[in-house]
Design a protein around this ligand. Structure first.
Ligand code: SIN
Length: 217
């Protein structure tokens, strides 16, 4: 039995009712609850969109995207670094069997202007992409996310965690230090009870570098 079968049933008139709805009160159609309403616009955030969305939303839920993992493989020339000394920001790397937990936001309609603003915010290699995510409610929805894919000019391949930590610890750009970006993400994930060992390991390395510097200086 699928999830939808377990939670919903159809009454004699073809209306979908919650399985627990004893009074036969008319409920929203099944598709509203389990696949999202037609016309709804969801945005999936996995990086700074989690801790600084910067927009209004009608709903926010932890969401899971299968087949991807967070990766600091994207050089940042205009945000957490400069053209001469780029920082590193997070993108999504395809990875079989992996899953990335982030946050899905349901945008107020009409969403066109906000999406255009996000296109501008997520520049420097990021492209608007449609993905399928599972919300904490159990619904599967199509969501828009911004991914900087392998092969874009700012993609940095084969960097070790130590190399990335070394950059994040010291680089900064117009939006602030690179380490603030990492630590804000780490803190936001912790608050949402999302465990990401990659982010935790990177944060430990960056803190150790800073600690050493402060105590040597
Ligand atoms: C995101 O947060 O979803 C994209 C990457 C970023 O802006 O940090």
């Amino acid at each position: 039995m699928g999830l939808s079968d377990a939670l919903w049933r159809t009454d004699g008139c073809g209306n979908t009712l919650a399985a627990t709805d004893e009074n036969n009160v008319c409920m929203k159609p099944e598709s509203d609850k389990l696949t999202g309403r037609v016309g709804e616009v969801w945005v999936f955030g996995y990086g700074s969109l989690i801790w600084r969305p910067g927009f209004e939303y009608d709903d926010k839920q932890v969401a899971v995207l299968a087949g991807y993992q967070r990766s600091f493989s994207q050089a940042s020339h205009d945000h957490r670094g400069t053209a001469e000394a780029p920082g590193r920001v997070v993108t999504l790397a395809p990875s079989t069997g992996a899953q990335c937990k982030g946050v899905a936001f349901r945008l107020p309609a009409p969403a066109t202007e906000l999406l255009s603003a996000l296109d501008i915010r997520e520049q420097d290699g990021y492209e608007r992409t449609h993905v399928e995510v599972i919300l904490s409610s159990g619904a599967s929805v199509s969501a828009i996310t911004w991914i900087a894919s392998r092969g874009n000019p700012s993609w940095r391949d084969h960097e070790s965690l130590d190399d990335i930590a070394q950059l994040i610890a010291y680089r900064k750009g117009p939006s602030g230090t690179n380490r603030e970006y990492l630590f804000e993400l780490e803190g936001a994930l912790e608050k949402l009870e999302i465990r990401d060992e990659y982010i935790n390991d990177l944060s430990v390395l960056v803190r150790a570098l800073r600690y050493r510097e402060i105590n040597q200086g």
